[in-house]
Design a protein around this ligand. Structure first.
Ligand SMILES: Cc1cc2nc3c(=O)[nH]c(=O)nc-3n(C[C@H](O)[C@H](O)[C@H](O)COP(=O)(O)O)c2cc1C
Length: 329
């Protein structure tokens, strides 16, 4: 599709990174994505102790020889292992690529990871955060715009404006995303200067994504109007799918509920009930505006092949337009 500093750095066939998805980015899904030629990212925060995390890394390796990454979650959380415990396992197991994401720069982890030979990517939502990450010595930065599923931060910059601004302000390669759900979006972000594209929402309905079939079916009929922002009042803005839980969260925030009270909805228990038992209204599901472009469930390999054909079609369309022979689509 494209050869870039990102495909070279990460050793992947497609310049596509399937974003970390809390509760979902487990070994089978990650291995399927990586084996199909993109980069899968295992969410360390899914694992409550070092041995289950170690096992998950080994499971990915058993299923694919292709590159994969591990995410270190730096978002606020009620109870989670110290990231240094995950890093011990990452170094022990020889994991080659780590992504950090959260409300702060990964200052405290950079030296340990870099000295351990890890390629480090930091994900953030603004130019100044990207510059800070570059100054710390990370190898690549991922930036996601306001359209994206999951944490949107406070800046509310759309992908179209954010990506060229970041590309113009740092020298290390940029992976970009937020609202990309097909090959047209991939081509557009590469045209803006990105060297890789991150996608989450599109892969929520990949066959290998362990989300309950009823939730996948509901997502297929959603449009770009069916997401909303929650948790801004507690400094943790997330774009999620509109359902009863997101409406209740908004009501609670409007009357000034604090984090403790909000935990009755955002707890892992509610989320698991929804994701794995198919209870559509019990929890919050991160989801980007790109959901309006998602029309079918299929294997990750098939999604990637189709994206690659769509990228080619976009290039041909632009070429035809340049020659004055272009059609609308
Ligand atoms: C269900 C879901 C869960 C997510 N969980 C996380 C997470 O735990 N950590 C993180 O850094 N990003 C998380 N994200 C964000 C994705 O990694 C990725 O940045 C985002 O989905 C890209 O935007 P898109 O959804 O518009 O493609 C999540 C996204 C979704 C859809």
């Amino acid at each position: 599709m494209f050869k870039t500093r990102i495909t070279e750095l990460l050793g992947i066939e497609y310049p596509i990174i399937v974003g970390t998805m809390m509760h979902l980015s487990r070994a089978d899904f990650v291995a399927a994505v990586s084996d199909a030629g993109a980069l899968g990212i295992l969410a360390s925060a899914n694992y409550p102790d070092r041995e289950s995390f170690r096992q998950a890394i080994r499971d990915v390796r058993r299923k694919t020889a292709k590159p994969f990454a591990v995410n270190l979650n730096m978002f606020p959380a009620r109870e989670r292992l110290d990231n240094n415990v995950y890093i011990n396992v990452i170094l022990d197991e020889g994991v080659k690529i780590v992504e950090t994401s959260g409300h702060k720069a990964p200052e405290e982890y950079v030296d340990r990871l870099k000295n351990g030979g890890v390629t480090l990517i930091h994900k953030c939502v603004g130019v100044r955060y990207a510059k800070k990450a570059e100054s710390l010595g990370v190898d690549a930065v991922t930036v996601v715009g306001y359209e994206n599923g999951g944490a949107t931060g406070r800046l509310d910059i759309t992908t179209l404006c954010l990506v060229p601004r970041v590309v113009d302000n740092i020298n290390i390669p940029v992976i970009a995303g937020g609202g990309v759900a097909d090959g047209r979006g991939v081509a557009a972000l590469m045209a803006l200067g990105a060297e890789g594209v991150i996608m989450g929402t599109r892969f929520l309905v990949a066959d290998e994504c362990p989300l309950h079939a009823d939730i996948k079916a509901a997502l297929l009929s959603a449009s770009e109007l069916d997401t909303t922002l929650v948790l801004r009042s507690v400094g943790n803005t997330h774009r999620v799918w509109k359902n009863r839980a997101s409406a209740t969260t908004a009501e609670m925030e409007a009357r000034g509920a604090g984090l403790e009270e909000l935990f009755s909805i955002i707890s892992g228990e509610q989320t698991r009930k929804m994701y794995f038992e198919g209870d559509i209204d019990s929890g919050l599901l991160a989801c980007g505006q790109g959901i309006g472009l998602v029309k079918d469930c299929k294997p990750a390999r098939q999604i990637l092949l189709e994206i690659s054909l769509e990228v080619r079609a976009s290039r041909e369309r632009l070429n035809a337009l340049t020659q004055g022979t272009g059609q609308k689509h």
